[in-house]
Design a protein around this ligand. Sequence first.
Ligand code: NAI
Ligand code: MG
Length: 379
Amino acid sequence: MAANLTGFSIALMPGDGIGGEVMAAAQSALEVLRTRYDLPLAWEVLEWPSTAWHQQHGEMMPADALARVCAYDALLMGALGDPGPLNDPARYKLTDSVSLAPLLTFRKGLDLWACERPARLLPGAPRYLADPRAADVDMLVIRENSEGEYVNQGGRLHRGTPYEIATQLEVFTRRGTERLVRHAFRRAQQRQQRRGTTRSYYCAEKGSAPAQVCLITKRNAQPVWGELYTEVFEQIAQEFPEIGVTHQLVDAACMKFVQSPWDFDVVVASNLHGDILTDLAAVLSGGLGLAPSCNINPDSRELPALFEPTHGSAPDIAGQGKANPAAMLLTTAMMLEWLGFSDPAEHLRQAVAEDLANNPDQTRNCQTITDSVIDRLHR
Ligand code: NAI
Ligand code: MG
């Protein structure tokens, strides 16, 4: 990735459901920040991938979409997914796996092997746990993003008969595990170095406990990959003697995320486990409306990284103006940070944080929140 003469180019992909609503907020924020900081940024809004595109063209995105997105420096996506008609039989019906497939195509095809999801409870955000220590939640969950349970290999034999067999393969490689675990330790190191400063969503600003990486597996019941993960983790931990280490089985981790989430710092997990744990972590930081996420290749910027909030298309509230754009705005800040624009990224994060701290009313609509954040970007 290198800024060309016209600077960085970004593809904005609103996608489905609330994706378009929260993308409008992101686009407004980018416009203000571009002017204010004279950012060399250009963007293009793409109609694909989306269910609407599928309705017109019979596919979620053009066949050469993967090659086409390589022309951009970053991809910013709203949300994908159409789980079917729900209460409205007239809705265009697609299976969940078809509508979500482009996401997996980009993550794998662009080798975006790390998914980072910070969960930090900002003042003013809904706090679902009664224990006052829940105010100190500040963790970074790093999820494997390219292999594991989501390789989508397998099939159904004797379909529809009583003898039907379904197989769904999981694939874990040593290389994939090593790069993931090493990245988790590096992030823990960075968080420790920046402790006490106010900068960056990646950083633990609270508490004084030593940096720590917690490995998640289910090695008691799934020992094959569980032991590979454990061996690689122990080996790479030797390179980072100053970082503490722990291990949790995924079921116990779910329990401890609720019981004592303030004990976690960096958490590293497989694709499926990370997926599940990050919806839970999102609730610890105020809900899906506040949870940012990115898909990156920490070793290379040759191909674009993909930035999208943790939430999906939220069909239950789509089209009603009820979506919280904060997750999308915080995701946009992650993208700006990744592109090297730290000051605008910090400005955007602060604007979201200030808006939240000053407006604890959880019923405000998407436009009201957007206007309040944009107003703060002008200050
Ligand atoms: P979801 O994340 O879309 O919604 C879960 C719940 O959180 C809903 O009650 C929704 O109203 C609420 N919610 C989500 N984002 C919100 C926001 N910004 N503000 C306020 N409330 C918000 O997950 P769900 O319902 O399981 O999936 C819907 C569709 O999205 C499915 O097709 C699924 O496959 C897809 N999906 C896509 C993702 C992506 O694009 N990365 C991630 C998760 C799901
Ligand atoms: Mg998920």
